[in-house]
Design a protein around this ligand. Structure first.
Ligand code: BJW
Ligand code: ZN
Length: 242
């Protein structure tokens, strides 16, 4: 568990920072009741995310993939932002253009809390994209019909989500590059740090001399690299820090 001294030190670092970038992962939403990907509760019918969140899995069995997304939509629809999401909104209000939030989460809880200076680099579960004409639209139906089709061209719709082996959107990559290169403090909250490109952000920030602080329930592959590793729940530690 994070000690008082660690928390005070982290607060002091934050108080003296000029530009802050924040990277969040499934751990911040775990405190709202959304299962993480690699935790024991992250499995669905014994599938790992790596087996189902791929373009190949969708090509092979779109029905199965849509069933997974319908299950997750149903679950996420019942969840609310928690004090960690709220604290990041306050930070944005205080810091304005000196902060940017990058999330790997697709649950939309940062948006629901009110974050605006935000990149959802892996997409959003409440958006769908046409596999033929590429049109992206917001869609909050639960469950979506299996299989959903595009109102414009009648081709199959897919979740507007970045799957393994797919590139992130150019615009997001550019923004991440810019905010990682320009920050002097990177706060990494609730991610296992194994999925690239986000897994490379902590070392990229260190390379340009930024200070990196991690908040996580457990130690991660990045804990030895960061300047300060605070162990505990995001919903307790993030409000204390900010
Ligand atoms: C708490 C807590 C509490 C719990 N409080 N903490 C370079 C090297 C090797 C491989 C690659 C590479 N570059 C690209 C790759 C391939 C691949 C990749 O990284 N594979 C790795 C597994 C090795 N990456 C990609 O394919 C990416 N595309 C790309 O880079 O394109 C170019 C390219 C392609 C191919 C080759 C080379 C280049 C795209 C990645 C898209 C990932 N999408 C997913 C699935 C979306 C499906 C969906 O959501 O519907 O996004 S994967 C899944 O993992 C999801 C998450 O956003 C992502 C990260 O997970 P996260 O958030 O870290 O969650 P967990 O569960 O892992 O961890 C939770 C953490 O919270 C834990 O640490 C807990 O301890 C903690 N925690 N409760 C605080 N209360
Ligand atoms: Zn279409």
């Amino acid at each position: 568990m994070a000690t008082n001294d660690q928390i005070l030190l982290a607060r002091a670092h934050l108080a003296s920072a000029r530009n802050v970038t924040i990277l969040t992962g499934a751990g911040i939403s775990a405190d709202s009741g959304v299962p993480t990907f690699r935790g024991a509760d992250g499995l669905w019918r014994n599938f790992r995310a790596e087996d189902i969140a791929t373009p190949e899995a969708f090509e092979r069995n779109p029905r199965l993939v849509w069933e997974w997304y319908n299950w997750r939509r149903e679950l996420i629809a019942t969840k609310q932002p928690n004090p960690a999401h709220d604290a990041l909104v306050k930070l944005e209000q205080q810091w304005a253009d000196r902060m940017w939030l990058i999330t790997q989460n697709v649950d939309g809880l940062h948006c629901a809390a009110g974050s605006q200076r935000l990149s959802e680099i892996h997409g959003n579960i409440w958006k769908v994209r046409c596999t033929s004409c590429g049109v992206i639209s917001e869609n909050r139906e639960i469950p979506l019909p299996i299989l959903p089709t595009c109102p414009l061209c009648h081709a199959l719709l897919r979740p507007h989500i970045v799957w393994f082996g797919e590139s992130l959107r150019e615009e997001d990559l550019r923004r991440c590059n810019q905010v990682i290169r320009s920050c002097d403090l990177l706060l990494v909250i609730g991610t296992s740090g194994v999925v690239y490109p986000a897994a490379g952000f902590a070392s990229a920030a260190k390379d340009i001399g930024a200070l990196v602080i991690e908040i996580n329930l457990d130690s991660t592959p990045k804990s030895n690299l960061v300047d300060l590793s605070l162990q505990g729940r995001a919903k307790d530690l993030v409000p204390l820090l900010l």
